[in-house]
Design a protein around this ligand. Structure first.
Ligand code: SAM
Length: 228
């Protein structure tokens, strides 16, 4: 369902983004470099849920995630890195912002699976890991990057995933608003850039675990490569 300016109860997500994300957006655009770092330093992080993404919690609890090496680019404060980490899953949280990674490391330090987490400050578009990943999870990152860079984003997916690896994406915000970040996204936006690299969706579902005001604006997509 492509949703445009739907109202979920009392809060419309587009209104919410206009109210709460606009100052962050103006701030980001006013910085020639280091905008994300400044956002983290000054706590202008309206996207931050303050807890693990509920659907990730659900997938962990129902044992519905692959084992092995997992990457979360644009991991922010690292809640999902910590939640996914286990004796069978080593999770790498990558973020451009040193301030975000410092906060994430602090949070992870007291978690039971801290030893299965790694946090790295680097640029997703140029970072070179030693090994590819079984799973890459994305949330509020595709919408954070300039839409012109989406083909490069898909190319990186193909480089960073093992040939039979899986891409798990929480697509947000599926809306028709203008400007960004967060830039609007649609399922076809993902398919357009992923298909040339042989990725095919194995499931696309409404995110029933979305936080209340994001309900109807999020879908969970799982992609795998069918060819190289
Ligand atoms: C909108 S925030 C989302 C953070 C987290 N996924 C969440 O939902 O709380 C986008 C994050 O991506 C990071 N980021 C932006 N461009 C990046 C890049 N090229 N490489 C790595 N991280 C990047 C920012 O520093 C920021 O923490």
């Amino acid at each position: 369902m492509e949703s445009a300016n739907k109202n979920n109860g009392d809060v419309n997500v587009v209104d919410h983004m206009n109210q709460h994300w606009e100052s962050m957006r103006q701030f980001l655009h006013s910085q020639t470099t280091g905008g994300w770092q400044k956002c983290w330093e000054e706590d202008r992080t309206p996207w931050d849920l303050g807890h693990v993404t509920p659907v990730i919690q659900h997938l962990v609890q129902t044992d519905a995630l692959p084992k092995g090496r997992i990457l979360i680019p644009g991991c922010g404060r690292g809640y999902d890195v910590i939640a996914m980490a286990s004796s069978q899953r080593n999770v790498v949280g990558l973020d451009l912002s040193e301030a975000a990674i410092t906060k994430a490391k602090k949070l992870a330090a007291s978690s039971a699976n801290a030893n299965s987490t790694t946090f790295i400050v680097d640029d997703f578009f140029t970072w070179q890991p030693n090994e590819p990943f079984e799973l890459i999870f994305y949330y509020t990152f595709f919408c954070a990057i300039d839409p012109k860079t989406r083909p490069a984003w898909a190319s990186r997916m193909a480089e960073l995933l093992k040939p039979d690896g899986e891409l798990l994406i929480l697509m947000f915000p599926i809306s028709d608003h203008v400007c960004g970040p967060p830039y609007k996204v649609s399922v076809s936006d993902y398919e357009e850039v992923l298909a040339p690299f042989g990725f095919k969706a194995i499931s696309i579902t409404e995110n029933e675990h979305a936080i209340e005001f994001r309900k109807g604006y999020e879908k969970l997509g799982r992609w795998k490569r069918t060819s190289n």
